[in-house]
Design a protein around this ligand. Structure first.
Ligand code: PLP
Length: 220
């Protein structure tokens, strides 16, 4: 099953789009199965699952944190986390920098923007980002690498609305890139698109899709 699902999704992905296999709530065996079919990038939304799964699975896996992250929990993923998609405050970014420094490494971070209409989804708006990126405190962070932006569309069946929200994230990416990262080739990721909407996301410029249930089956 997982093999067929992965093959089907890979067939739909342009070469420049990275597939993050979202394995939250799924048992190790299923992740191992995806690994055996070549998947090396996995996304989780809880710290304890990341810690547990990363300890048990092969060391060449790239672990991505995609869920809301509390500053006090960064410590336990500091030694191994590859990318954090859900950076939504300066406080969190500074803590990530501190923990990465302890392990003499650098952690990739995506700035999460609030593009959905729901109040519940976390994320920055452009004014907050400008304040942060313009601050001297930000310039001093040596152990985080800002590699792009992330966003989640509204949970709706209205395809046009989803498309508009993804388009807004692409516009945000372009303006942040132009204003702050025009000399930074590694600022290039637009993490948007899940099982239900990744094809729309790709047509609106996504470079990273986070797909769970279409690979591993529905979560209970
Ligand atoms: C769960 C989750 C996904 C994957 O959702 P599916 O609909 O199962 O593909 C993607 N992004 C985030 C932030 C998630 O929490």
């Amino acid at each position: 099953m997982i093999k067929e699902n992965l093959e089907q999704i890979r067939d739909h992905l342009p070469e420049n789009v990275t597939l993050v296999a979202v394995s939250k709530t799924k048992p190790i065996e299923l992740l191992q199965e995806a690994y055996d079919f070549g998947q090396r990038i996995f996304g989780e939304n809880r710290v304890y699952e990341l810690v547990e799964k990363s300890a048990k699975l092969p060391k060449d896996i790239e672990w991505h944190m995609i869920g809301h992250l509390q500053s006090k929990k960064v410590k336990s993923i500091g030694p191994f986390i590859h990318t954090i998609h859900s950076v939504d405050s300066f406080k969190l970014l500074k803590e990530i920098n501190k923990q990465a420094a302890k392990h003499e490494r650098s952690i990739r971070c995506l700035l999460q923007f609030h593009i959905a209409e729901e109040e519940t989804k976390y994320g920055y708006d452009l004014a907050e980002i400008r304040d942060m990126l313009n601050s001297s405190e930000f310039q001093d962070l040596q152990h985080v690498e800002i590699t792009g932006v992330m966003g989640m569309a509204t949970f709706t069946s209205d395809q046009r609305q989803i498309r508009e929200e993804f388009r807004r994230l692409k516009t945000i990416f372009d303006s942040v890139k132009a204003e702050f990262f025009s000399e930074t080739p590694d600022f290039k990721e637009i993490s948007m698109g899940m099982s239900g909407d990744y094809e729309i996301a790709i047509s609106e410029g996504s470079t990273m899709v986070r797909v769970g249930s279409s690979i591993f089956g529905a979560r209970s």
